[in-house]
Every structure is written in C-alpha cells, then in structure tokens.
Ligand binder design. Structure first.
Ligand code: SAH
Length: 239
C-alpha cells in the first residue's frame, strides 16, 4: 500500500482551543502521577504522551461519521480503555459526547476516576468488567452508538466483543497500528457471524511516522444470543 498520502495527525495541528489544551496539560500531569502507582502506560515522556496518546486518540476525527456522533450527543463505549485511551482525549476534545470507559482492571479505572474528577468532566464514567460479560448485560447490550477500541485484541476477537454493545446501525472503530490487512482478512467469519461489515478503513500517521489505520465496522442486524462467548474464548478461539 502507498502510504505517502496518509493524513498526519500531530498534537499541535489539532483544531482545539486553549481551554482544552490546558485540560490536556492537566491530563498529561495526572497520567504521569498516576503511572507512578499503577501501570497505565509504557509511554512516560511528555512529548510522546501528546503525540502517541492524545493525537492518536483523536485520529477518529478523520472518520466522517464521527461528527454526527458528537453533534447529537450519542453514547460511546471505549472497550479496554487502559489508561483512558482513546476515551479521555475524545471526551476533552468533544465535551458533549457521553462516554463509558470499560476495562477489566479495576486499579486502572480507579486512577481514571481521579482524573475525571480532577478535570471536572461530566457524562463520562468507568465500568469495570470483562467485555464478554458486560456485552451480555441488559444495561449495556445493544445500547451504544459507537464503540472505540485501541490496542486491545486481535481484530476477529475484538469484533465479537465489541459488536454486541452496538445498537443496530451503530459503528465500531478499531485503532490499528502497522499493516492490518491480515487481521482484516481474518475477520470475515466474525463479521458474518456478528451481522456486521467493514464500511471503511482510514489510513493515517502520527508524529512517529508508522502506518496506522482506523477500521470502521457497521452493525447491520441483531447479535445472535450466543455472542459474545464466555470470557477468554473470543481471544483463544477467534471466530
Ligand atoms: N486502550 C488503551 C489500553 C490498551 S491495553 C490504550 O490504547 O492505551 C489493553 C487493555 O484492555 C488493558 O487495560 C486490559 O485490561 C483491557 N482488556 C483486555 N481484554 C479485555 C476484556 N476482555 N474486557 C475488558 N477489558 C479488557
């Protein structure tokens, strides 16, 4: 693939005002502080936090459908948020978005809760649990307009975990690094089983120059009751 024309996203080029930049500065400080207690990120260099976490998380603005999601205050789920990515930067840059940050590790979510309250953010909350279980919970199944996920699992496994959370017609945006063609090809069966399809892939780069892409998946019909399978199964035996 020729990546020469990929969009490049850098923190300084983001169309965000000073007030939000101040919040990003606070978030960077809070992240470094929290990271001393809980392992939230391997990236601790300040500049790298801005480019590899903040700018990368906001690459979602390259997807045309995103404008609609934030404009109409739809519900977003960040699956496997870890240290809060991509969910926290999305929340800061687009305050009307209603976001749930899901992760299986409670300590990480407790650290994020501190960041949320220090930054005085609203309509953003953390949910502790395995995606395979929460995706079967009535409170969460087929309740979201958008699921985002970065660096969590192999795409076929991720599709099985993410799509059950979506309303029919909703979208799942997976952030992938490097060449994801093999994962995309391997996802055909998972997509078919989950009544979903890839609507587009959006190549981009951040400051480090590595090829990355957003894989945008649309949910076409109801998720069969058997999905997601029990915890661990989607990763161990991908569809
Ligand atoms: N999205 C973040 C973190 C990636 S690390 C980032 O890009 O920086 C992957 C995270 O996914 C970990 O915090 C892990 O606890 C979580 N995770 C992995 N499998 C999960 C599952 N099945 N359910 C919920 N969280 C999961």
């Amino acid at each position: 693939m020729d990546h020469a024309k990929d969009k490049i996203i850098t923190y300084s080029s983001l169309p965000i005002g000073q007030e939000k930049r101040t919040q990003f500065d606070q978030l960077a400080d809070l992240l470094v502080q929290a990271n001393a207690q809980v392992n939230l990120t391997a990236i601790t260099d300040e500049e790298e936090i801005y480019e590899k976490h903040f700018a990368d998380s906001l690459a979602i603005r390259l997807w045309e459908g995103f404008a609609d999601i934030v404009r109409s205050e739809k519900k977003i789920l960040d699956l496997g948020t870890g240290g809060g990515f991509p969910g926290m930067p999305i929340k800061i840059a687009y305050p009307p978005a209603e976001i749930c940050l899901l992760d299986a590790t409670r300590k990480k979510l407790e650290a994020i809760d501190v960041m949320i309250s220090n930054l005085d953010l609203h309509d953003v909350r953390t949910i502790w649990g395995r995606a395979e279980e929460l995706g079967r919970n009535k409170e969460h199944r087929e309740k979201y307009d958008l699921v985002v996920s970065r660096a969590v699992a192999y795409l076929p496994a991720l599709i099985e975990c993410a799509v059950p959370f979506l309303k029919i017609g909703g979208s799942f945006v997976a952030y992938k690094r490097g060449d994801s063609q093999e994962e995309i090809d391997a996802s055909a069966h998972a997509l078919q089983e989950l009544n979903a399809e890839i609507s587009e892939t959006i190549p981009y780069r951040i400051a480090d120059g590595d090829p990355r892409q957003l894989v945008v998946i649309c949910k076409k019909g109801q998720t069969p009751d058997k999905y997601p399978r029990r915890p661990g199964k989607p990763m161990k035996k991908p569809l």
